[in-house]
Ligand binder design. Structure first.
Ligand code: 13P
Length: 239
């Protein structure tokens, strides 16, 4: 699978002063990806000096039009973004995004030439009810584009996001293995080449364990991606 891919998702955090963190990340490594808020994308692209990949946290499914307050994938690409996250659980919950919406956004991202990170993951209630594979399988079936080019999956159990709780390595292995099987069933051999990230309370002190599991190709990091020190420590632990 190659080296782990470490992606930071800043969510609704960061003002212009935070661009110093981007610059520090880029000064130390050239393989990190970071998705700051829309307002910082242009500044982040400049601060990164081509040494890290900047992305969006969401995009609209249409390239332009009467959609007040929305940002299209083409707009992200125009600023120099290289990827977009779609279907994050916070958007599925806060904004009512369905699998159909997420798939449309994924297609829009690919049409604009962006790599697309599609997020899936169960709630705690769904896990307790034994529905992990049913939920994740349904999300994959409904949210993915039709080809694997530029496609990355992020498995983010909702109950592990921002809580300091993580699944056991065995649970991570089980779900990532299930996702791989689904990808192979849908895309054939091409499904083997799709990177599957783990996300949810990844920190410097648990990164090596979580990223060491089979079929874990990297991490999607929220809170611990906001400073260069923390994201760099995760990347170092993952090596
Ligand atoms: P935390 O790392 O803060 O748990 O967030 C994970 C996440 O949602 C990344 O997209």
């Amino acid at each position: 699978m190659g080296n782990a891919l470490i992606v930071g998702n800043w969510k609704m955090n960061g003002l212009s002063a935070s661009l110093a963190e981007i610059a520090a990340m880029a000064a130390a490594r050239n393989d990190l990806w970071v998705a700051p808020p829309f307002t910082l994308i242009a500044g982040a692209v400049a601060a990164a000096q081509g040494r890290l990949r900047v992305g969006g946290q969401d995009c609209h499914s249409r390239p332009n039009g009467a959609h007040t307050g929305c940002v299209s994938a083409a707009m992200l690409a125009d600023l120099g973004a290289g990827f977009v996250i779609v279907g994050h659980s916070e958007r599925r919950t806060d904004n009512g995004e369905t699998d159909t919406d997420v798939r449309a956004k994924a297609l829009a991202g690919r049409a604009a030439g962006l790599d697309v990170i599609v997020c899936v993951g169960e709630t705690e209630g769904q896990r307790d009810a034994g529905e992990v594979e049913a939920v994740v399988g349904r999300q994959l079936a409904g949210s993915l584009p039709d080809a694997t080019d530029g496609l990355i999956i992020a498995y983010e159990p909702v109950w592990a996001i921002g809580t300091g709780r993580t699944p056991t390595p065995e649970d991570v292995t089980a779900v990532h293995g299930f996702i791989r099987a689904q990808l192979l069933a849908r895309f054939g051999d091409a499904g083997q080449g799709v990177r599957i990230l783990y996300g949810g309370s990844v920190k410097p002190d648990n990164a090596a364990l979580l990223l060491g599991q089979p079929d874990v190709g990297g991490a999607l990091v929220g809170g611990a991606s906001l400073t260069a020190a923390s994201l760099l420590a995760i990347a170092a632990a993952a090596a």
